[in-house]
Design a protein around this ligand. Structure first.
Ligand SMILES: Cc1cc2nc3c(=O)[nH]c(=O)nc-3n(C[C@H](O)[C@H](O)[C@H](O)COP(=O)(O)O)c2cc1C
Length: 360
């Protein structure tokens, strides 16, 4: 497998690839393009409801087209018919592939990120998506697949042959496998398992989960990842679409191993019941979770959540009920920054950390 930056020429060969997670309703074209502009690779959220997808992709294409010619996007040229210099992430259990394909032909992204395929044949679902997306885009779109354990990584690698595996550890914010390990053991174990199957070096690995600063980036690279996905860090980003209440909660909360939890209760209260059973989501502990523990029934908990929605931003906070999906790294997120500042900042910090380690 060629290095990640040769798969995506907008990635700089001289800085560790930083990627924003395609966070549902939060990762907009503006966020994605700002990450790409800073030398990373930006992803837009496609999610499961694709009713706005055409509009979102058109917005991304317009942003790229109208980019200031005096600050070109490195590695990208519209003259060469390059794919859009950003990716798009889908939640496979709900997104309709056949409605998506014509849109990908029209506004071809550099990557498609697949996650959470439906039962009963999740790997077959991924294989179909990979085959059809590649065919529809003449192989111009790379296939990224987010996995959460070694067995899943092996099955997907052997059956689907994605270009990139996003190795998501259990510290990750938002949805992931209910049972799993953190990236500290998951990334090297996936790498070794792929090597034993003769697939080492054929599929790029990027790490996701609990990484919010340059120290985490440096650690992930040492573990064998070629790039790093950050979700929670981009919740406190001026380029992300996020309500003030949510963002303030991300800045307020610390000690993420204790203050966040993996649970399905936030899907229950919000009425998202279609996630395959092996997934749950990590979010900040709030009144919905505490009520579930106290034995409050699902219907009543849902009613209380709906009532809380009327409060707007005030629905977040220590006694709130609005969902704050976030990872265990939440306590390290202290200030709002632009996407460019985040990417450049973590790259610089990672470089410093790796230099410091070199003396050993
Ligand atoms: C608010 C939020 C929304 C997310 N939405 C999605 C999504 O729509 N699709 C997806 O593949 N992953 C989603 N994720 C998971 C990310 O892809 C990624 O694995 C995770 O953010 C990495 O962990 P971190 O949050 O600790 O950086 C989401 C994560 C968060 C925090």
């Amino acid at each position: 497998m060629p290095p990640l930056h040769t798969l995506h020429p907008t990635l700089s060969p001289t800085q560790p690839p930083i990627i924003n997670a395609p966070m549902l309703a939060i990762a907009t074209p503006q966020l994605a393009l700002s990450v790409t502009r800073a030398g990373g690779l930006g992803f837009i959220a496609g999610g499961f409801d694709i009713s706005n997808l055409e509009q979102t992709l058109a917005e991304a294409a317009t942003l790229v087209k109208n980019s200031n010619p005096s600050t070109p996007i490195p590695g990208y040229s519209s003259d060469n018919d390059d794919p859009l210099p950003l990716g798009i992430g889908f939640l496979n259990w709900g997104a309709n592939l056949h409605q998506i394909l014509p849109l990908l032909r029209k506004h071809t992204p550099t990557a498609v990120w697949l996650f959470a395929p439906p039962d009963p044949s999740p790997t077959e679902n991924l294989a179909t998506w990979a085959r059809e997306v590649r065919a529809a885009t003449n192989n111009r779109t790379r296939i990224w697949i987010q996995i959460g354990c070694v067995a899943e990584a092996l099955e997907v690698a052997e059956r689907v042959r994605p270009d990139v595996l996003v190795v998501q550890g259990s510290d990750a914010g938002g949805h992931g496998l209910a049972r799993g390990a953190s990236v500290i053991s998951l990334v090297p174990e996936v790498k070794d398992a792929l090597a034993r199957k003769g697939l080492g070096g054929q599929i790029a690995l990027v790490a996701a989960g609990g990484i919010v600063d340059g120290r985490g980036v440096a650690a992930a690279l040492c573990l064998g990842a070629e790039g790093v996905v950050m979700g929670t860090r981009f919740l406190a980003c001026s380029d992300a679409k996020i309500s003030k209440g949510y963002r303030d909660e991300v800045l307020r909360v610390d000690d993420g191993g204790v203050s966040t939890v993996r649970t399905t209760v936030y899907d229950v209260v919000r009425g998202y019941n279609e996630w395959p059973g092996r997934y749950d989501g990590r979010g900040v502990i709030n009144e919905s979770y505490r009520d579930m523990q106290r034995g409050v029934g699902e219907e009543e908990n849902r009613r209380l959540y709906k009532e809380e929605m009327r409060k707007g931003d005030a629905g977040w906070g220590p006694q709130g009920r609005m969902t704050t999906y976030a990872g265990t790294g939440i306590g390290l997120v202290r200030e709002v920054k632009s996407a460019g500042e985040i990417v450049r900042g973590v790259v610089e910090e990672a470089r410093g950390v790796l230099e410091g380690v070199r003396r050993w």
